[in-house]
Write a new protein. Structure first.
Length: 323
C-alpha cells in the first residue's frame, strides 16, 4: 500500500502528466498541505519554483514566509517571497484571496495550489449553506488555468502524514483554528458532526458530488456556448429551459465585463425575461444596470441609468399584446 509521501507524489505526477505545463510554480504558505505539495513537485520538476505570499496580517508574518521559502530551497526549488497589501471590499478573507492570486498569477505555465479533498468538501458545504447555485456547489476544479490543484483527491490527514514522514517542519496558521472564520467552524464542528452522524466518508462523498455537478455544469455551459439565437432578444431567450437561459445570460454579462456575478444576480436578470411585470432595471456589480427595452435586454453603466441618458425602459403595455 502506498504511504502518504507516495500518495501525494502520485497525485502530483498524474496532474503534471495530464497537463504537461511548460513552467511550474508552487504556492506555499508554510502549512502541511503546501509543503507536502512542494516536496512532491521538487522530486518531479527540477525547474519548478516556489512562491510564498506574505499577507502581513499577523505579527511575524515575514519570518514565517522566509522560513517557508528556505524550506523550499532545501527541497531543491528556487523560491521567493511576495509581500502584498490586503485591502478592499468583501471582508478580510476575500481581500486576502484577491491579493494572493494577483501576486501568484504567472507569465506562463501553471501555479499549483495545495487545496485538498477536505478543502473541496468545505467549499461544497459553504455553497450549499449559502444557496449559491450549482456552479458553487461544484467546487474547485483540479485545473482552471493557470491554477492547478493536484491534491483535490488527497485528504488533509495524508498531507500532514507526508510531512511527518519526511521530517518537514510545518507552520500552523492560527487563523486555521479561529472560530470567527466560517470555514474554520465547518472544519472543526460541522464536518466532524456529519462524519459521526453519517458514519464516515462525508468529505469524500461531498467531493464526488462536486465532481458530478461539474460534469453537468460543463455540459450545460457547452450547450449555452452553442446557442445561435440573439442573447439580448427576450423572445429568443424565453424559449430556452431556465438552466440554459441563465448560462446564456451569464456568458453575455461576462462578455460585457460585468464582474463577480452571483446566482441571485442572474436570477434577477432572468426575471426580466421570465417574470416580466414592467419592473425596473437590475443593478449589478461594477456599476452596471440591466434593463428591458422594446423586447431586448440592455446593459449600461449605472451613471447613465441614474441620469436617464440610457435606453428607455419598456413598459408593460409595450411588451404585451392587446387581448
Amino acid at each position: 500500500m502506498n504511504g502518504p509521501v507516495a500518495s501525494v507524489r502520485g497525485a502530483v505526477r498524474r496532474f503534471l502528466d495530464e497537463v504537461r505545463p511548460d513552467a511550474v510554480t508552487v504556492a506555499v504558505s508554510g502549512g502541511a498541505d503546501s509543503l507536502a505539495l512542494a516536496y512532491a513537485v521538487s522530486r518531479l520538476r527540477q525547474d519548478a519554483c516556489a512562491v510564498v505570499v506574505d499577507h502581513q496580517l499577523q505579527p511575524g508574518s515575514a519570518v514565517v514566509a522566509a522560513r517557508a521559502a528556505s524550506t523550499c530551497v532545501g527541497f531543491g526549488l528556487t523560491a521567493r517571497v511576495e509581500t502584498v497589501r490586503v485591502d478592499g471590499p468583501g471582508g478580510p478573507e476575500a481581500a486576502a484571496r484577491r491579493a494572493r492570486y494577483a501576486a501568484l498569477t504567472p507569465a506562463s505555465g501553471v501555479v499549483l495550489l495545495g487545496h485538498t479533498l477536505d478543502d473541496q468538501a468545505e467549499t461544497v458545504l459553504l455553497g450549499l449553506g449559502r444557496g449559491s447555485g450549482p456552479r458553487s456547489i461544484a467546487g474547485m476544479r483540479s485545473y482552471d488555468p493557470p491554477w492547478g490543484r493536484p491534491l483535490l483527491g488527497v485528504s488533509r490527514a495524508v498531507t500532514r502524514a507526508a510531512c511527518v514522514e519526511q521530517g518537514i517542519d510545518v507552520w500552523e496558521d492560527p487563523h486555521n483554528v479561529d472560530p470567527s472564520f466560517t470555514r474554520v467552524r465547518l472544519r472543526s464542528e460541522v464536518l466532524p458532526l456529519l462524519e459521526d452522524v453519517l458514519q464516515g466518508g462525508v468529505a469524500s462523498s461531498l467531493a464526488r458530488t462536486a465532481a458530478q455537478l461539474r460534469e453537468d455544469c460543463d455540459a450545460l455551459d457547452s450547450l449555452a456556448a452553442a446557442f445561435t439565437g440573439d442573447r439580448c432578444a427576450v423572445g429568443d431567450l424565453a424559449e430556452l429551459p431556465v438552466a440554459l437561459r441563465r448560462r446564456v445570460l451569464r456568458s453575455w454579462l461576462i462578455e460585457v465585463e460585468v464582474p463577480e456575478l452571483s446566482d441571485s444576480h442572474l436570477r434577477r436578470v432572468d426575471a426580466l425575461v421570465s417574470e416580466w411585470r414592467g419592473q425596473g432595471g437590475v443593478w449589478l456589480p461594477g456599476g452596471f444596470v440591466v434593463r428591458r427595452s422594446h423586447g431586448r435586454l440592455v446593459v449600461e453603466p449605472e451613471s447613465e441609468a441614474r441620469s436617464g441618458a440610457g435606453t428607455a425602459p419598456e413598459s408593460r403595455a409595450e411588451s404585451e399584446p392587446e387581448s
